[in-house]
Ligand binder design. Sequence first.
Ligand code: DMJ
Length: 622
Amino acid sequence: MPVATLLPFTATPNRKSANPTSFRLTEKFILLLVFSAFITLCFGAIFFLPDSSKLLSGVFFHSSAVETNTHTGPDSSDAGSAGNDDRLLAKIKKDHEKALLEAKDTLQKLPDVIQNDILADKAKVTKESMGKGGKDGNNLPFIEYHRPPGATGLEPQDPETRERRAKIKEMMKHAWDSYKRYAWGSNELRPVSKQGHSSNLFGSIKGATIVDALDTLYIMEMFEEFDAATDWVEKSLDFNVNAEVSVFEVNIRFVGGLLSAYYLSGKEVFRRKAVELGEKLLPAFKTPTGIPWALLNLKSGIGRNWPWASGGSSILAEYGTLHLEFMHLSRLSGNPEFAQKVMNIRKVLNRLEKPQGLYPNYLNPNSGQWGQHHVSVGGLGDSFYEYLLKAWLMSDKTDEEGKKMYYDALQAIETNLMRKSTNGLTYIAEWKGGLLEHKMGHLTCFAGGMIALGADGAPGDKTGHQMEQAAEIARTCHESYARTTLKLGPEAFRFDGGVEAIATRQNEKYFILRPEVIETYMYMWRFTHDPKYREWGWEAVQALEQHCRVEGGYSGVRDVYASSPNYDDVQQSFYLAETLKYLYLLFSEDDHLPFEHWVFNTEAHPLPVIRKDKTDRPNEVE
Ligand code: DMJ
């Protein structure tokens, strides 16, 4: 229909002017009639149409009556529902009676029968959710979180200890605040130049200090800082990087740090991130033997070994220090692959002939044969031995294979590497193709704590003997500190050329805030309560304060025999993860992270013991 035919009264094509005064009377009358009819229609619409506001909102805001209706029960205004109401009432009455009967039944049961019923129901729900592929948004199975006991600790009874512990917390605050102020998001802090520092061990993954420090912040009850760190992990921790990382370093610091943060706080983000990173590390195991590469590109999944490592070998302390974290990854992800990978490492090792029962530091992942015969309980070897013992402890003492491997290895170390100096200092030397190098590294000093931790389970009545060995190593390592000018320990010290427990080479005189000596004091204190260990720890605190503390944090020093410190300008992430944590625990009560419930990974991240009867329970007190 043409538009012009709809406008007979407002404009006619042959009319020159549309002026109303030029309308005829009949035309004016018809116009009036039309307008009044239109107005009546509008009023009618406002007053008589049903709920016009809803109509409008339905049109303009797309909300429907169904969406805005918040009632969940049947609508009582429904005229046809009278019969339904009766049926409903009858059903409610029946349900009520049934519930009453069940309650009566339950009341007749003994409390432990009720408890068992509750546990069985819980287990059923968990199993069903896992069976159905009950995954959360991040493909992880539902897990009921229980915080193991001793995540935080009571104030020490003794006032001096209380004060000392508070001092350590203040040190942590200084280290953390400085990192936050000058290097937030970087891997580490340069405390003298007050800027970020990045080590190539982590490729382009960022935030090593944040992840390494999470659990220390938690156990020191620095919850505001812990929350800021958690927030950074949630928003900024990114593993989608096209960069090569050290599998070992990323595992002990990032995976270990995230796992501990999860077990202490119960926050899912840490479980999710730990599993995500663990999955990214799996391609490192794609070698003919399953012995992983040292370095891995997280994007391409291509691995390789350090170019300097004996003919392309993998390193004992690196591939042998994945076990604890990977067992927990399997537990938290429901994916057995992690555990299978690390159990296979043991299989390869157990098939090999060991020279004098010792484990060489180098193993070729292609041929499955040892590289150069260099054995050390310090760098390149250290945490392999630690993880054998701790795997057994963390398995609630069910991992008999780990136990046997540890005590056999320790026996071989005692026979072939442990020696006493002319003046009676026990040390652990290094072994090179049958010859001893009479040198002990700062790293080797962790062995005092390890031997003390394992002494209780030592076969053949050797508990006392091993406790003595542990105490002697602690004393030697204390001497290595006491014999320097700055009262901090050198990187390595020697027992030859007329010296004992002293560094003789310039490149072994540095101290980079390492934890091992303090770690051993902490274990020795817990097992003996001999006050000298706390005193030795306090000496170290004073030296750290005097020579390593600077306005922008804590720095390592280049020469512990120099009269004043020459700073290396790095605040290592393990200073917050390990050194300060072990100091804090040294001045805490024994029920703070008790050893029967927690095992520390090699970066001092506490992981809970996996109970054989699966009876882990949340701590009532906490
Ligand atoms: C830490 O990263 C770990 O303790 C590792 O096992 C060896 N060295 C450093 C600290 O010295």
